[in-house]
Write a protein that binds this ligand. Structure first.
Ligand SMILES: Nc1ncnc2c1ncn2[C@@H]1O[C@H](COP(=O)(O)OP(=O)(O)OP(=O)(O)O)[C@@H](O)[C@H]1O
Length: 582
């Protein structure tokens, strides 16, 4: 039984290099395989790929079954794996700890008593007191959340466990218990793939070590071989872990080399034994002859592991957008957007809308915003448009003189469908679509702070007529901030549904029936955001009116902004003239 990855690559828009390039490896069941590498090396990405959470090129089979076809996971492949996410907050969502277990076990369709037994057993194994079962996972401590995430991952007893930083946040006792639990599972034939920086704890139990460097495999060796090849650590740009240093020092001082790595406790025993032997031989250990305490090792280990991230900066859409448009003054972008929206809404026919479409497409190209960031908004709107068009076209009894219409006998009544009405509705919705795309482009090329400052400055002259410019711009920016939160939560739940619910949907998608379960965590997350915002507003004195505040963003108009103002004026003239020209 094995997971076989062949020439796996992962590419995402906005990243300067593939997150994984041509990764091929075979992971055996009944073994502990460590994924190691510096921050940003690609460990989490590889785990996501193995867990069916990220789309990839190449092929992956889990125990001979394909993990994915095209962009969808295959349930039989997904059900063999259980994945622990890097951060427990990203994995937990239910109203209670018990609810987390119910959700993870649901796909197995177990009888209630069996599900209860597995829940209690897993909670016991990970040191979770029974009274925690009714508590909200969001209110637990960091280490407790990690334990709940671990316990609910192992409860369905998958054949493969994909664990991302499983020891992070655990106290030493809990970490030891985790090791014991991993070894028990390994003995029962479960395959364990563990991404970790905690090498001192996990190297001694590893069978295989795969080191990643910049999304590629730097080395893939049996752990026992690594002990004899210390140069490999440098090749993977990693500092030697303490257990490796200790093993080397002891070997240099004449101790017989261990087959793999000693744990720090085993190494300490070996040191004690060696010192005891020397004392018995009557030779006081001299500074020259005795092995030096591994001070260097202590400082050498964490530093390279904690060194800066060499990878791409992230997936923020604004990061990949056209820098010349990003650097424009937000006032000119707002003005252009307002004029663009007015220009679209004044169109009365398909010709004018066609021009609007061309303009919108040109803006998408010019802004270099990836199409995938538009689709989550555009697709639902197209659906709503189709439904609205159909509904608006349906009528009872024919309209005399209507050229394009369908009449469908329906019992005693005659249903009619007016294509003219349907098209008129479609036209109105298509205008909204163009304006929506324009808004997405604006927010993808402008930071929220710049947007707020831009609209505030633009509306400032209206203060003279007592227009609440500041309040309006603040409200607009707050609204804009809630959109990314909603998107993030939707993406998070899409991952949970796939990884834990084994729902074979594309990443980021969810079933309607899963929505109620998401509602409470989403609401909590929004309330948290609202509370943070209230504090920030109070701290900045927004509760008192008439104060002058310093701004985080200083705006400066350039010649290019002048050109944008001119383009906006020309656009307004053309768009207003268009309906009269036809
Ligand atoms: N959706 C994304 N868009 C763009 N870049 C991404 C995306 N997801 C991850 N990356 C980048 O891919 C690289 C690999 O990330 P990954 O999380 O796999 O690293 P890692 O080895 O797990 O790091 P760490 O040890 O810090 O957890 C990082 O540089 C990260 O910025």
């Amino acid at each position: 039984m094995a997971i076989k990855a062949e020439r796996v690559s992962v590419r995402v828009g906005g990243a300067s290099r593939p997150l994984l390039s041509d990764v091929s490896c075979t992971l055996e069941s009944g073994q502990v395989t460590l994924l190691i590498g510096r921050n940003g090396a690609g460990k989490t990405t590889l785990l996501d790929v193995l867990g069916g959470l990220a789309t990839f090129e190449g092929s992956i089979t889990v125990d001979g079954l394909p993990l994915m076809t095209e962009k969808r996971g295959v349930a039989s492949g997904l059900e063999r794996t259980g994945q622990l996410f890097q951060y427990p907050e990203a994995q937990l969502f239910a109203r209670s700890v018990r609810g987390e277990f119910d959700y993870s076990l649901r796909y197995l369709k177990l009888p209630g008593a069996e599900a209860k037994r597995r829940t209690e057993e897993a909670m016991r194994e990970f040191g979770l007191a029974p009274e925690l079962a009714g508590q909200s996972p969001l209110l637990l401590s960091g280490g407790e959340k990690r334990r709940v995430a671990l316990a609910s991952t192992v409860a369905p007893t998958p054949d493969w466990l994909l664990l991302d930083e499983p020891t992070a946040g655990l106290d030493p006792e809990a970490a030891e218990e985790l090791l014991a639990s991993l070894l028990r599972r390994k003995a029962s034939g479960v395959g364990l793939v563990v991404a970790t920086h905690d090498l001192d704890l996990l190297l001694p139990i590893a069978d295989r070590v795969i080191a990643l460097r910049g999304g590629r495999i730097a080395f893939d060796r049996p752990a026992a071989e690594l002990a004899a090849q210390p140069e490999l650590w440098a090749h993977a740009q990693l500092g030697k872990p303490l257990c490796v240093e200790l093993t080397e020092l002891l070997r240099e001082s004449g101790e017989s080399a261990p087959a793999a790595f000693w744990t720090p406790a085993e190494a300490a025993d070996a040191w004690a034994a060696q010192l005891g032997r020397r004392e018995a031989e009557g030779a006081a250990p001299s500074a020259d002859s005795s092995p030096q305490p591994p001070e260097a090792a202590v400082t050498a280990v964490p530093e390279p592991l904690l060194a800066g991230n060499a990878g791409p900066s992230g997936s923020d859409d604004a990061a990949g957008a056209n820098p010349s448009i990003r650097s424009l003054d937000p006032r000119s972008k707002w003005l252009f957007y307002m004029i663009f929206s007015i220009g679209i809404f004044v169109q009365r026919d398909w010709f004018g809308l066609g021009i609007g479409f061309v303009l919108t497409a040109a803006l998408v190209i010019a802004c270099r915003v990836p199409i995938r960031s538009l689709t989550p908004f555009v697709r639902p709107l197209l659906g709503i448009t189709a439904i609205s068009a159909v509904v608006s076209g349906i009528g009872m009894g024919g309209k005399p003189g209507e050229a394009a219409g369908l009449t469908i006998p329906f019992g005693n009544v005659e249903l009619t469908f007016s294509i003219v009405s349907a098209l008129a509705t479609t036209l109105e919705f298509m205008k909204i679509l163009c304006v929506l795309v324009g808004g997405i482009l604006l927010s993808a090329t402008t930071t929220p702070l710049e947007m707020k400052r831009g609209i505030e400055k633009l509306l400032m002259p209206l203060v003279l007529i007592r227009f609440p410019a500041e309040a309006l711009s603040l409200a607009a920016s707050l609204l804009l901030r809630f959109v990314p939160v909603l998107r993030k939560e939707a993406g998070r739940f899409g991952r949970i549904a796939k990884s834990r619910g084994k729902r074979v949907r594309r990443s980021g998608k969810m079933r309607l029936r899963d929505l109620p379960a998401m509602f409470v965590p989403l609401l909590l997350s929004l309330l948290q955001l609202a509370s943070d915002l209230t504090l920030a507003l109070e701290a900045r004195g927004y509760t008192r009116t008439g104060l002058r505040r310093t701004s985080a963003v200083t705006l400066r108009l350039t010649r290019r902004d002048g050109a944008t103002f001119a383009a906006s004026a020309a656009l307004l003239a053309v768009m207003l003239a268009l309906p009269r020209l036809i």
